[in-house]
Design a protein around this ligand. Structure first.
Ligand code: SF4
Length: 318
């Protein structure tokens, strides 16, 4: 029985169309921090962000940083594992933890060069904040593009509403995002934008306004997260005091369908839910797991005759 096509342009489909095979991500923590957390990563960052700063849970606690060849060791370990476990042959190097352009360009070059020297990576992916991107850094990233390798930048936006960005202590504005987006687009970088649905003070109208504005920019990819309350964060304190609510699955599903219909058909949907490890997750505790949520989403979109791009002037997917 043939598998029904997703009603949206999934990341899996993008990779398979682009490379004709499965490509595996090698995520690293190169020791960066964020401007509002300080060099030792201890300062107050975004209210929802845990001490791990979006680093992959499988990296454990001992492999952070770039000193003494740790960056190379992380990459070699991941490559060995992926080759042995999955027979992997093609890889993406993903600078994931914290803000991976938060250093002078010369330092970035050293770290990217060291990482890329470990294998013939098909993509360099760098996750960062809009206020950590300038011309020099965007030029540097663009210099890693070649006929065989794409360069992606993942920009954390979360919301286009400045009052929300202030409320969640992002430390940057929507204008910072627009500037960074333009710099990266001018240089032909592929751009993935991170959003969070359900931030304090935001309901469907605010989320829809953010997605509409983003859709008009035509990002290459989007990662959508449902608001998660992670233990030990300022958000967890607010949640314990009853100051914030966290959207459940039905609410998130409704918002995701609305967003997918607004986004253009060529934007790759790289994520639609959070998958915080249960040990760190305070709320929501009754959210279906990722596969179950995606199955519910497919079923509901099929029932409604919904698909990505349905409300976008660029047409529908596929
Ligand atoms: S910028 Fe990213 S890594 Fe840094 S505190 Fe905010 S969410 Fe966490």
């Amino acid at each position: 029985m043939s598998k029904a096509r997703e009603p949206y342009y999934s990341y899996k489909r993008y990779l398979s169309e682009r490379y004709g095979t499965t490509v595996y991500r090698v995520s690293v923590d190169a020791g960066f921090s964020c401007p509002h957390r300080g060099a030792d990563r201890s300062g107050p960052g975004c209210i929802f962000c845990g001490p791990e700063g979006a680093r992959a849970p499988y990296l454990g606690d001992s492999s952070a940083g770039d000193e003494s060849g740790r960056l190379e060791a992380q990459i070699r370990g991941a490559l060995e594992f992926l080759k042995k476990r999955y027979g992997a042959r093609e890889f993406i190097l993903y600078f994931q933890a914290y803000s991976n352009t938060n250093a002078p360009a010369a330092r970035l070059k050293e770290l990217y060069d060291r990482g890329l020297s470990q294998a013939d990576f098909r993509e360099l992916v760098v996750s960062t904040r809009p206020d950590c991107v300038d011309r020099e850094k965007a030029d540097l990233l663009a210099s890693y593009k070649n006929g065989r390798r794409d360069v992606w930048i993942e920009l954390g936006l979360q919301s286009f509403h400045d009052r929300t960005l202030e409320r969640i202590n992002r430390g940057h504005t929507a204008a910072d995002f627009r500037d960074a987006f333009a710099l990266c687009r001018e240089r032909g970088l592929k751009i993935c934008v991170h959003l969070v649905f359900g931030l304090p003070g935001e309901g469907r109208p605010e989320i829809e306004a953010t997605v509409r504005e983003l859709a008009a920019l035509g990002p290459d990819g989007v990662k959508i997260h449902n608001l998660h309350v992670i233990a030990g964060t300022p958000l967890a304190e607010e949640y314990a005091r009853g100051l914030v609510k966290v959207p459940g699955a039905a609410e998130h599903l409704e918002r995701v369908i609305g967003a997918l219909e607004l986004l253009g058909p060529k934007t790759v949907i790289m994520r639609l839910v959070c998958d915080t490890p249960p040990a760190r997750l305070v709320a929501p505790r009754d959210f279906p797991d990722k596969q179950r949520f995606l199955a519910l989403l497919r079923a509901e979109m099929a029932r409604r005759g919904s698909c990505q791009g349905k409300s976008h002037p660029g047409g529908i997917y596929p």
